[in-house]
Design a protein around this ligand. Structure first.
Ligand code: DX5
Ligand code: ZN
Length: 226
């Protein structure tokens, strides 16, 4: 049985942006642990979403930590702006960082938690050398760019490998999973070693946000304990 705490991170990508503040309040009241913010630039991923201005607006609407996922090229150009806007955690994609070690240090210098993200096609070895430099690894369980996609089951082995390396090195690094997380998939991700679960559609697509978050938490916890 694991003692890892289950954290549910609703992704505002699936919320009603015309009512952003209300939507954030609603998931905060419904039991969310942090707010996941998907930043896309139209280059690294096909979609374009939000920038630091909206992160600052989200920050003023909640006491919860903001988990900012940068799906952008040259993230080093924007890390300071997102940290200043209120990001508690900043994820950069390994595929966008030729000088990953330096970029992660840059995140830490802002005071934010440093997180490194991997696309489905990227092997876990791509982050092996920087596990000691991060607070979190974000394993993409869909190809980034859009919400509502299907969980890629073969990512479970990657989560297991990362969990083994982290534990073997005695590190305190959280594994976050993002994409296609719902009551049917969250248990398998938890069993493989993840503890932070991004959920867009599974939360904001539900009629009752509190019930949806509780169901996710139950499905994750039950599976870890069994
Ligand atoms: C995908 C984003 C995800 C997305 C998840 O590129 O990084 O955070 O919002 O959406 P669901 O939970 O609907 O798969
Ligand atoms: Zn995301």
């Amino acid at each position: 049985m694991s003692e890892r705490r289950t954290l549910i991170a609703p992704s505002i990508l699936a919320c009603d942006f015309a009512r952003l503040g209300d939507e954030i309040h609603a998931v905060e009241n419904a039991g969310a642990d942090c707010i996941h913010v998907d930043v896309m630039d139209g280059h690294f991923v096909p979609n374009i979403t939000i920038g630091p201005l909206v992160v600052a607006a989200a920050q003023s609407a909640t006491k919860l930590p903001l988990d900012v996922h940068l799906m952008i090229e040259s993230p080093e150009r924007y890390i300071d702006a997102f940290a200043k806007a209120g990001a508690s955690t900043v994820s950069v994609h390994v595929e966008t960082c030729p000088h990953l070690h330096r970029t992660l240090a840059q995140v830490r210098e802002t005071g934010a938690r440093a997180s490194v993200a991997l696309n489905p096609a990227t092997p876990p070895a791509a982050v092996r050398e920087v596990l000691g430099e991060v607070d979190q690894v974000l394993v993409m369980t869909v190809n980034p760019g859009f919400g509502g996609q299907k969980f890629i089951t073969s990512m479970l082995a990657k989560i297991e490998t990362l969990r083994e390396w982290i534990d073997a090195d005695g590190l305190e690094v959280a594994i976050e999973v993002d994409g296609g997380i719902g009551p049917e998939t969250i248990g398998r991700a938890a069993n493989a070693g993840a503890s932070v679960f991004v959920a867009g559609t599974a939360v904001f697509g539900a009629d009752d946000y509190a019930a949806a978050i509780l169901e996710l938490r139950r499905a994750a916890t039950t599976s870890i304990e069994s």
